[in-house]
Ligand binder design. Sequence first.
Ligand SMILES: NC(=O)C1=CN([C@@H]2O[C@H](COP(=O)(O)OP(=O)(O)OC[C@H]3O[C@@H](n4cnc5c(N)ncnc54)[C@H](OP(=O)(O)O)[C@@H]3O)[C@@H](O)[C@H]2O)C=CC1
Ligand SMILES: CC(C)(CO)C(=O)C(=O)O
Length: 323
Amino acid sequence: MNTNQKTRIAIAGIGGIGGYIGGKLAYHYQNSENVEILFISRGETKKAIDQQGLTLHSGDQTYNCVPSVNSDDPVLIGQIDALIICTKSYSTTSILKEYARCLQPNAVIITTQNTVNGQASLADLLPKGISLLEGCIFIASNILQAGIIEHKPGPTKLFFGTNNLASKQGEAFEKLLQEAGIDTTFTQNIQEILWKKFLFVSPIAIVSALTQLTFSQILENEIHVTRFIQLTSELIQLAQVKHIPLDENAINNNVELLRKFNPTVKSSFQLDLAKGNLSEIDSLISYVLTEAATHALKLPYYETAFIELCLKYPHINAQIDPL
Ligand SMILES: NC(=O)C1=CN([C@@H]2O[C@H](COP(=O)(O)OP(=O)(O)OC[C@H]3O[C@@H](n4cnc5c(N)ncnc54)[C@H](OP(=O)(O)O)[C@@H]3O)[C@@H](O)[C@H]2O)C=CC1
Ligand SMILES: CC(C)(CO)C(=O)C(=O)O
């Protein structure tokens, strides 16, 4: 972090997550002498933010959030100290390729996708000296329309960090995010937290997309809850062969977490599929099947669910063949 100039933080992708994180940051630091918040947005979103700022509805509060720069041009973004990537998982590499030139020496990249293999998939693209601090966020926050975001009350917690490495920058950005009112923890044990989130989000993404029900409607139906638990159990088997330490109450914790979300919440995966959008099927599901195959592990509930998803959503963009 450059101590003589403002710390410049760019948020890439101003949708549900970028709109929450970027919105809270831009709102808090709008007149700051030390911190500058930049949005990397494009198309309709960029146009809406240029015209009226970003509107963030969070619980019963509404924030009008104006970044110092709102652009899809790396030249206008300029040099930055941190890049928080809030696009879908299938866009992270293109963001990194395009905006790597903006990263100051010693800059950090923070990710927020529902993935457990960010290091492996992004490592080759990292410029020298740049730290990738993988992260994940427990939240439900979605686009109402371009430039207007709704964050639903309920779990709201950002984690990012390293595996067994101290990071002064990590600690400094934790503080900057906390000061903007974002519940954030920098951890030196990120792999375990990424898996905890993945263990929840991959099974619930499947069940919610196959049923198109809200989280509370899923909880009311024993068949759907059983399926959620069966998928979670298979994912635990994968975590075990990969030697990922997990809480012994992982299944109960998952069901409890589902209860904590606002009753009206739907997963981002189910919303994307319902709208006919591209989906994160590769990072949420194909990844599990591919890794299981590598370890000669059979995951029949995952295999069946994958086929059902491909049949239900013919536009689905999976990289592996369902048959
Ligand atoms: N929504 C949620 O509640 C949660 C989501 N997550 C995870 O967070 C990540 C983000 O999800 P979410 O916020 O829902 O996604 P959204 O689709 O709401 O937002 C992604 C945004 O990124 C933009 N974008 C993509 N590529 C670029 C680019 N090159 N330049 C500028 N903008 C770009 C998209 O713009 P465009 O429309 O033009 O493509 C879109 O506005 C996902 O991995 C998701 O799984 C995690 C927890 C909860
Ligand atoms: C399930 C949920 C809402 C939990 O944060 C999520 O991560 C998503 O929909 O992508």
